[in-house]
Ligand binder design. Structure first.
Ligand code: PRP
Length: 216
């Protein structure tokens, strides 16, 4: 074991479970915390380095090889479309990208919503979805608090992530279609995976064993 493995972890909902899972297969370091002031956290003994990134940036770090592997939601992978190697479906962080409308403004058919405005953090996924449906929409890109869109008249609809459904309920929004389901994925830089194959392949196998145990 003579090389370091650099692991990118995303801030936000997947962070805690990612750290716990990696620690179970021997990849841990002191003070890997979400609000760490230290940007690179190294465990010299285990030859592992952690970097903590903004969620949407994580695939970029992997694509350029600034990190060898990382954990990220399939939703972000689909939206960002970066060239990375998807190694494993980790199963946790299950959520849905969906289309929602204010409860009071529902219409009978999906096509009845044509030519309206849709607020979303996922403009590429939303565009693909509406293209497939054959419905023309104006897509408005936001970076958060998407549910605000219909509440204040910025948009008529939203395409957003739903996990527990609490945010939808609290804002009196109704899901009218599901775009896709997503879970956390282990991804790798394509070159790193070849150059550091022995170590990374063992990591994948060890994670697989844990996931199988958990599923029993
Ligand atoms: C996500 C998503 C919804 C919420 C859904 O937002 O955009 O707002 O979680 O989760 P729920 O179904 O469990 O309520 P996030 O917390 O990532 O923050 P954001 O508003 O900044 O996008």
């Amino acid at each position: 074991m003579d090389e370091y493995i650099t692991i990118a972890l995303p801030k936000g909902k997947l962070f805690k479970k990612s750290v716990e899972l990696l620690a179970q297969v021997g990849y841990s370091a002191d003070n890997v915390v979400e609000d760490s002031r230290k940007l690179v956290i190294t465990n010299e003994a285990a030859k592992v380095r952690f970097i903590i990134t903004k969620t949407v940036d994580l695939p970029t770090y992997i694509e350029y090889g600034a990190a060898d592997i990382g954990i990220i939601g399939k939703d972000v992978l689909l939206e960002e479309g970066k060239d990375v190697y998807e190694l494993l479906d980790l199963g946790f962080g299950k959520c849905r990208l969906m289309l929602a409308v204010p409860e009071a403004k529902q219409r009978p058919k999906l096509t009845d919503y044509a030519h309206l405005r849709v607020a979303t953090k996922y403009p590429n996924c939303a565009k693909q979805y509406f293209d497939k449906l054959g419905v023309q929409m104006e897509i408005i890109k936001l970076n958060g608090s998407i549910e605000l869109g219909p509440l204040i008249g910025l948009s008529e609809l939203i395409v957003d992530i739903v996990e527990t459904g609490t945010t939808l309920r609290e804002n009196k929004l109704k899901e009218i279609d599901s775009v896709y389901t997503a879970t956390a994925r282990l991804i790798a830089n394509r070159v790193s995976f070849k150059l550091k194959f022995a170590r990374l392949n063992k990591l994948v196998q060890d994670l697989q064993k844990i996931l199988e145990e958990e599923a029993k």
